[in-house]
Design a protein around this ligand. Structure first.
Ligand SMILES: [Zn+2]
Length: 305
């Protein structure tokens, strides 16, 4: 049972929006591309777990902190008798191990992933003990890319290569799986401890006036160029969307980019640009948001704020 899936980093969402509305430096574009590719790879990498029976608790992408050290766990499996922290690697090409050193085929030394994982496991064990849990941990490094080969002279059972994944899943599926409330409690506590880091310190500087206004197409992220009645059409990819959902998406985007900005009819009309009717904007905001105040000073907040 999947308890926590992987969600796109807010930093990616915001960089995508800035990339469409202003010109980013080469460095910021590279950072955006790297983060996006990383997320896509991670999503793909979760597919291999689909062969796992439903009785397991699966938690993806945990960022935790213990003893002032932050550590990340790609995937955590909770079973009746053990907890499995998995580190998923999408390395491609030839690598070799010499003693404790991991190198690429061009002899470039890299961080030893086994050491990195051991460090996380020590912190996780200590965190769990502090919470009162003493379940044994069994970590694995999973190499999901079929184009990866590791030249290694000793057998390390905690490394699982692409050709071994099916057998590894079979092995997991034969283990006793009866879970009780305590297992669910561990999972819930860890998910509650997950840290969401603020993306704002990492973003390039931007301000409202400099950003291009309009509604971004949800498929190709260029600005919608045509509006007919209540339907918007993207001149770039041909995608169409109703005005209501497009305006709501844009309000969310505006609030994420400018968390302190009050949502008013005037600012939303300016932000959306292509939807000229103030009446339409007011109707959409009134339907989905809670109105605070009246007349020109009215602003809108989400109903549960
Ligand atoms: Zn488009």
């Amino acid at each position: 049972m999947l308890l926590k899936s992987r969600v796109e980093l807010l930093e990616i969402t915001l960089l995508r929006s800035l990339n469409a509305r202003m010109s980013l430096s080469d460095k910021d574009v590279r950072n955006y591309t790297r983060l996006k590719k990383g997320f896509e790879d991670e999503q793909k990498s979760d597919l291999w777990l689909e062969g796992l029976s439903e009785e397991w608790l699966v938690i993806h992408d945990l960022l935790l902190e213990h003893n002032n050290s932050k550590f990340q766990i790609d995937t955590l499996l909770i079973s009746h008798d053990k907890i499995y922290p998995l580190d998923i690697k999408n390395f491609e090409g030839d690598y070799f191990v010499e003693g404790e050193k991991w190198c690429t085929s061009t002899k470039k030394e890299m961080k030893n992933p086994v050491h990195q994982q051991n460090h996380c496991v020590i912190l996780l064990r200590s965190l769990l003990q502090d919470l009162g849990y003493h379940n044994p941990l069994e970590p694995y490094l999973i190499f999901i890319n079929p184009e990866f080969h590791l030249y290694i002279t000793t057998i390390n059972p905690s490394l699982v290569f692409h050709s071994q994944i099916n057998r590894f899943l079979k092995k997991l599926n034969t283990r006793p799986v009866k879970l009780n409330k305590r297992h669910y409690k561990i999972a819930e506590q860890l998910v509650a401890l997950h840290i969401v880091e603020s993306p704002y310190p990492h973003l390039p500087a931007y301000h409202y006036e400099q950003l291009e206004k309009g509604i971004l197409c949800p498929k190709c992220f260029s600005l919608f160029s045509e509006i007919h009645g209540l339907i918007l059409t993207c001149g770039h990819c041909g995608c169409t969307e109703g005005v209501e959902s497009a305006v709501l998406r844009s309000v969310t985007e505006l609030s994420l980019l400018f968390p302190d900005q009050k949502i008013t009819t005037k600012i939303v009309r300016d932000w959306c640009k292509i939807v000229k009717s103030e009446k339409t904007i007011r109707r959409i905001l009134g339907k989905h948001y809670k109105q605070i105040g009246h007349g020109k000073s009215a602003n809108y907040v989400l109903p549960n704020d």
